[in-house]
Ligand binder design. Sequence first.
Ligand code: XUL
Ligand code: CO
Length: 437
Amino acid sequence: MEYFSNVKRINYEGAKSTNPLAFKFYNPDEVIMGKTMKEHLKFSMAYWHTFTYLGGDQFGGASKSHHWDSDNKMATAKERVYAAFEFMEKMQIEYFCFHDVDIAPRGENLAETNKNLDEIVAIIKSEMSRTGIKCLWGTTNAFGDAKFVHGASTSCNSTVFAYTAAQIKKAMDITKELGGENYVFWGGREGYETLLNTDTEAELNHLAILLKMAVDYKKKIGFKGTLLIEPKPKEPTKHQYDFDAATVIGFLRKYGLENDFKLNIEANHATLAQHTFQHELNMCRINGMLGSVDANIGDSMLGWDTDQFPTNIYDTTLAMYEILQNGGLGSGGLNFDAKVRRGSIDEDDLFYAHIAGMDTFAWGLRVAAKLLEDKVFIDFIDSKYESWKSDLGINIENGTIDFEGLERYALENGVTPNKSGRQELLESILNQYIYNN
Ligand code: XUL
Ligand code: CO
């Protein structure tokens, strides 16, 4: 059965096209810096927002329905697979990401849940081989159910820790079965509300123990994908332990896990941490830990995760600028962890939303590549730091001068005049590249 019968395959028509169901900038086979756009961008559909979200918010329930949904949960899960693959094929999206609960309904107990998962995974696998669509990453939802009220691996209740481990084990098995290129850990309720009732030291130790067990299990089953941690500073808890990239990197180093994990950076989570998206990508890049991206956008005036489709060309340009300098995302990709607004109630809106996100990233890629080819900021930064190429700079960096030597230098030479940082000039050059590409 065709679920989106009024939409044909979305094709590239160029910037002048007025067809809302066409790409204006995303030209999958166009080569940029030696790779095709689709290789650079590796777009992925998020199973949860696109195929299970029905528009509900804190003030109201569903605002729309999916015509593949029915009262029978397993039948719905099966039809959802066909609808999802039809959607991805038409969108030319080659990857998807999922939580266990997105693809199959929870059963009465763990065994029944796992059985439901096995049944749906078999269907997903056959759709994957029919279409060539791949799994970017899998994960588990260890935050929605009531048992996670005090956290999952950081719960005060050790039986919840055990249940979390069991869920992750199964989700890793499935991800491996589907040839997933990564496995994601987002600590949905790994955080706290108040220190009056929280032993943070024990909770962080337990989180590290769980991650270590995941590394061991990955090796045991021969899962070749990358393990990723997705930082977020708050929501649902007041303070999430995986606050931001720097916090996660410090945590991984403390527990000797830094070679086993990379990070999955989500734009809206950066906003919530009061960082730019580029900052978070940059912190990962300079630490060799940039793994993948949840491509969305937040609202800078709202303090919660709005998970909107990315339509800000500055964000995507500067994100691609970091990603290109990272040499790409390796096994990672750009996963649209984004949902259409509650008022976008037609199924066509799912297409418009993904087209907008893909076009905005495609244009950002093009601009970022040009900025790098022309060495616009690189040359400026090189000249800004040129004093570090002097004998003084080299001695400081090599550790061949100490405080006394530096005091002698300062007494003899004083300080040379500073040069302008030229921020406004650089911002206007950035505009010029965005507008004239
Ligand atoms: C929540 C979030 C999650 C993770 C996967 O804010 O981003 O959807 O990406 O659990
Ligand atoms: Co996310």
